[in-house]
Every structure is written in C-alpha cells, then in structure tokens.
Write a protein that binds this ligand. Structure first.
Ligand code: SF4
Ligand code: SF4
Length: 180
C-alpha cells in the first residue's frame, strides 16, 4: 500500500502574511455559507411538513377485504412461508358456513406481523394468492415497546365497506334474483 505524506502548510513568516492567511480562511468559510444560502434545504419541518412518498413506497401491512366486506385472506399461510425475516404468523381455521369470514373454505383466525423483524421486502404481497396483504403508505411506526410493534389482524384489517354492493357474485351477498 502506498502512503501519501501529508505536509503542513508553510508557516507565515511575518504579521502581514499571517493576516492574509486568516482573511483567506474567513473568506473561504463565508463562501461556503453563501453558497448554501441559495441551495434548497434537504431537511423539512416534520411533522408539520409531510414528505412526498415515492409511488411504490412500502409501509405498514393492510389486510384487504372484498367489496362485500368479506376478508380476502384465506389463511393459506403462504405469506408466512415467503417471509425471509420470519415476521408473519398465520393460523387458519375452517370458515363457518352460516357466517363466512372469507370467501374460501378457510380464513385467518390469527394473522400477526412483527414489525421489528419486517424488512419491507414485499415478498408476502407477492406470495399472496388472493391479494389480501398489501404494504400501504403508512410509515410512522415508531413506538416505545417491543410488544407494541406486534400488529394483529384486528389492527391491520381494512375497514368494512359502508354499503353492500347490489350485484356482487361473492357468497353471502347474492343478489335477490340469484337466490330465487
Ligand atoms: S414485507 Fe418482507 S419481511 Fe416484511 S412481513 Fe412481508 S415478507 Fe416479511
Ligand atoms: S395474507 Fe394471503 S398468503 Fe397470507 S395467509 Fe392470507 S391469503 Fe394466504
């Protein structure tokens, strides 16, 4: 390995040279200050100012529903298998025939993600056959305890639609004509 010998700058020999050296150093410093006065700052007044997130930002998970309110998740556990960080735990159960939770035979009785482990890779989204899990644009996830970073199904489930669709093909909401 080659070493570069660093040489100290020559010492000023008299008071005039010393004053010139000081002035030059001050001018350099002021130059840097002036240059940055006209540059757009990279910082922002968060949280009053909100950042513009990239279009494909991956934030907190959400468990989606069909338009009739039934859960998209069928408890297949593929997301948990695909997760490289082992952050997801899913426990599936048989769907009650008279009050189905999802459109499949099974639904997710438990769906948990440990956000301390999650690396936001999106593999769970890619693995899901029903597009049930999505990574949303929610990024303010800081909290004080490890326990609070465990997100349960109840915390992640998308809100149920307020109005039932009139002509949904999905079970549980067959249109009147189809029931006859
Ligand atoms: S985004 Fe990646 S790390 Fe996070 S839960 Fe999904 S698969 Fe696991
Ligand atoms: S979120 Fe998708 S992959 Fe995960 S258990 Fe539910 S249906 Fe299966």
């Amino acid at each position: 390995m080659a070493y570069v010998e660093l040489k100290a700058p020559p010492k000023p020999s008299n008071a005039v040279e010393e004053a010139l050296a000081d002035f030059s150093a001050i001018a350099k410093g002021l130059g840097v200050t002036l240059r940055h006065m006209f540059v757009k700052p990279v910082t922002m007044q968060y949280p009053e100012e909100r950042p513009e997130l990239p279009a494909r930002h991956r934030g907190r998970h959400e468990l989606e529903r069909h338009e009739n309110g039934l859960e998209r998740c069928v408890g297949c556990e593929l997301c948990a298998l695909a997760c490289p960080a082992k952050a997801i735990f899913v426990e599936g159960a048989e769907n009650p025939p008279d009050a189905p939770v999802s459109i499949g035979e099974r639904y997710a009785k438990t769906w948990i993600v440990n956000m301390i482990r999650c690396i936001f890779c999106g593999f769970c989204v890619e693995a899901c056959p029903t597009e049930a899990v999505q990574l949303k644009r929610v990024f303010e996830l800081a909290d004080y305890t490890r326990e609070s970073m465990i997100y349960t199904k109840e915390m992640l489930l998308a809100p149920a639609p307020k109005k039932e669709p009139e002509d949904s093909w999905l079970p549980g909401f067959l249109p009147e004509a189809a029931k006859q």
